[in-house]
Design a protein around this ligand. Structure first.
Ligand SMILES: [Zn+2]
Length: 223
């Protein structure tokens, strides 16, 4: 590409673009949700024992399902999405965890090990984790916090956060890579205001074509 030009013919720019994407890719501070493909395994260390729980909408907008909105059903002025977008919220619980598996970039280099992530489950997963925690504690073991788990999603009909939990042992939390202060999940999940939702969806709703249907478990939601 010549200097001072935004236009390019041919493939020469691709390598450079790859580098650019690589820099953008998930080293950012955004808290990403763990999402597993069928058969995929991840190792996580939980940093919280108790989930932050709330009702949440997940809507198909702009051609994808990576659109989550905290439901306002329990708030005084009600929930615009419940009332106008024909969507039932899901009850979810979110844990803070560290991704001990990371990922490989195109050059085969391992990235992101120790990165802080959100582990979000729905009722079935929350019940599993509650039971797991209680059983472990009854045996005098750590519950979830500070424990490294291998989590596998057994197949495409299993939740995309995985369904098989295998405790691998206690983790030395002080030895984990620095990840800054723990996120405030109350702030992270703070619902949009009634006015913000109206602006987004239109006053009477239906503005996005969102709502209706459910995300297939296989929907491509890479973290
Ligand atoms: Zn709602």
């Amino acid at each position: 590409m010549s200097e001072n030009d935004w236009f390019d013919t041919g493939y020469e720019g691709l390598d450079k673009a790859d580098e650019e994407y690589e820099k953008r890719a998930p080293d950012d501070n955004e808290l990403r949700r763990v999402w597993l493909k069928p058969g995929q395994e991840i190792e996580l260390v939980f940093e919280t024992d108790e989930p932050a729980c709330l009702w949440e909408h997940q809507l198909n907008m702009d051609g994808h399902w990576r659109n989550w909105f905290t439901c306002r059903r329990d708030m005084e002025d009600g929930c615009h999405i419940c009332d106008h977008e024909n969507d039932n919220p899901a009850y979810i619980g979110a844990y803070v965890a560290r991704d001990m598996t990371g990922w490989k970039n195109k050059k085969g280099e391992l990235r992101g090990v120790g990165r802080r992530v959100l582990y979000v489950g729905k009722r079935k997963t929350l019940k599993q984790l509650k039971s797991l925690k209680e059983k472990r504690e009854a045996r005098g073991l750590r519950g979830l916090k500070g424990v490294r788990f291998s989590i596998t999603r057994s197949d495409s009909s299993s939740p995309n956060c995985g369904d098989l939990f295998d405790a691998l042992g206690d983790e030395d939390m002080a030895a984990l890579p620095e990840a800054g202060p723990m996120p405030n999940l109350r702030e992270y999940f703070a619902p949009k205001t009634h006015a913000e939702l109206q602006a987004l969806f239109g006053v009477s709703g239906g503005g996005t074509g969102g709502g209706g249907g459910k995300p297939p478990e296989d929907e491509d939601i890479p973290f």
